[in-house]
Design a binder for this molecule. Sequence first.
Ligand SMILES: *Cc1c(COP(=O)(O)O)cnc(C)c1O
Length: 390
Amino acid sequence: MTYFTHLECAYCNKTFDKNKLWNLCTECGKPLLARYDLDKAKAGLQKEQLKNRDETLWRYRDMLPVINDKFILSFGEGYTPLIKAERLSNEIGCNNLYIKEEGVNPTTSFKARGLCMAVSRAYELGVKELSIPSAGNAAGAMSAYAALAGIKAHVFMPQDVPQPFISECKALGAEVNLIDGLITDCGKIAKELVDKYGRFDVSTLKEPYRIEGKKTMGYELAEQLNWQLPDVIIYPTGGGTGLIGMWKAFDEMEALGWIGSKRPRMVTVQSTGCATMVRAFEQGTEFAEPWQNAKTVADGLRVPAAVGDFLILRSLRESNGTAIAIDDDEMIDEANRIGRTQGLFVSPEGGASLAAFIKLKQTGWIKPGERIVLFNTGSGHKYMHLWNKY
Ligand SMILES: *Cc1c(COP(=O)(O)O)cnc(C)c1O
């Protein structure tokens, strides 16, 4: 059972029928968000009811957009560990530091959260072929859920993406197209074929449900911290789905009466080689200019333009958060530090979160004793080329 009622444009508020397939707003071209009957949900759903539910993101099923249970595609994604990082804290001289370990998700990244929702909804609405431009992890996640549903998967990735991302999609039965360019170029070519062959496009925030999967990270943080949100959340940001999703989850949970009005300060971490949001945040603009010649070993952060830019910037500003860029060598060093101290083999994106924390602590932006959550968004296993090099 779900309280999902309709879709609404995040920019112009136009509403859309939930029983049809949509990409961007037909009026203004901005992302659509799923809306729920929050009054009914508040009356019908108590947080105590969660106790005996499955330890996957489907424990928040009432606040997820799949209508009929039989279309749920699941490998047990979500409800990942929130680890109190004691040895790491001792080494860097802090306390109250947590790592949300997303590398244990199916297909080894948190992309599984978004794609399980998008593909389940596409399956429910009768889609036969899916298409995705991806910097790497999203393609693997889509391929896995598409395989489970018996839906044909077409993926478009930059040709210089590390081999494991390509091999994974192939093994999962997807048709892999390697493009000479970045994810934005992949997007353009994918779109032409979507129009030509009637495929459904599940690009980040160009369809409304990936964010619904990723918002569950916000529900989990609240539940795992006994309904007290942390002071700061540090999030490696590409397209920004997770950041925007968590921000949405906090509003939903407040409306449900599960949390109060206190919000964490949201921090976007990017690479110095592709720092679109950092630049726009510093310049105070509503939208972000595309980044020229984006380059970073953190494939998930190699996103030169994001359709949800204004939503990312809005949540950073509303939360009194900030945005910070980290260079690739630092990411690797800090990924290794997490490995050495906590036994977690994390992605460079996870290393970027720790590097950002250390910088913000040094400048005094993070105060001693504040409760901090760092996101490790993927496992180190798909980045073997990096670890051999360093
Ligand atoms: C996609 C990805 C990101 C960025 O996630 P968004 O929610 O799109 O900003 C970060 N880390 C990894 C490992 C990724 O695959």
